[in-house]
Design a protein around this ligand. Structure first.
Ligand code: PRP
Ligand code: URA
Length: 206
């Protein structure tokens, strides 16, 4: 399943981020706000359990989230989506996977992994602003599946059609949520039009 979350507020904020003159502070703030808006949609189908409660007026049946949510940002740039999602799901646990793309081969290299236990029962949101060749997300999801996760959602800001195809082919069970499906990848593996290097723009490197 591929869902493009092109709500006007998300599209407006993404447009600010795409501008080359958008500085680190505005870039990070817009990404944080988009993460919260996307989380609202991504969480739409979270399962709930009925629970009997008492309001100041009467007894009634309420509904509570029934599954643990685990957010896994792909380092570095995925960190930019973490706080916005946690504001909506403050009980979520957080795992980390560190991947960088080798600049010549474009192959992902894993350098860190730390996950909460019991991923098999959780809804795991893998988050990264950019889905380019799809290599980083593909490998991150494979690592998370190896630790038992069965219910995985991939949340990205901007995707290239090439990356979406890779995920749909290698992980057809994973639901993919993006804010924009861009045109193509250039020879350097950058998404066109994209927004440049997300990690550098979030953290002010380069
Ligand atoms: C970026 C981005 C993704 C990856 C996407 O990370 O945040 O993780 O590239 O490219 P792919 O789909 O072709 O794998 P990068 O390698 O620049 O590392 P960084 O987040 O540490 O800057
Ligand atoms: N990683 C980025 O940060 N940007 C791209 O366009 C592609 C990969």
């Amino acid at each position: 399943m591929l869902e493009v979350l092109n709500h006007p507020l998300i599209t407006h904020k993404l447009t600010q981020m795409r501008r080359k003159e958008c500085g680190t502070k505005d870039f990070r703030e817009n990404l944080d706000e988009i993460a919260e808006l996307m989380a609202y949609e991504v969480c739409r189908d979270l399962p709930t359990n009925p629970i009997e409660i008492e309001t100041p007026v009467a007894k009634c049946t309420g509904y509570e989230l029934s599954k643990e949510v685990v957010i896994v940002p792909i380092l570095r740039a995925g960190i930019g989506l973490l706080d916005g999602i946690r504001r909506l799901v403050p009980t979520a646990k957080v795992g980390f996977i560190g991947m960088y793309r080798d600049e010549t081969t474009l192959e992902p290299v894993e350098y860190f992994a730390k996950f909460p236990s019991h991923l098999e029962d959780a809804i795991v949101m893998v988050v990264d602003p950019m889905l380019a060749t799809g290599g980083s997300a593909k490998d991150a999801i494979a690592q998370i599946k190896k630790r038992g996760a069965k219910n995985i959602k991939l949340v990205c800001l901007v995707a290239a059609p090439e990356g979406v195809k890779v995920i749909q082919k290698t992980h057809p069970d994973v639901d993919v949520y993006i804010a924009a499906l861009d045109d193509h990848l250039n020879e350097q593996g950058y998404i066109v039009p994209g927004l440049g290097d997300a990690g550098d723009r979030i953290f002010g490197t380069k």
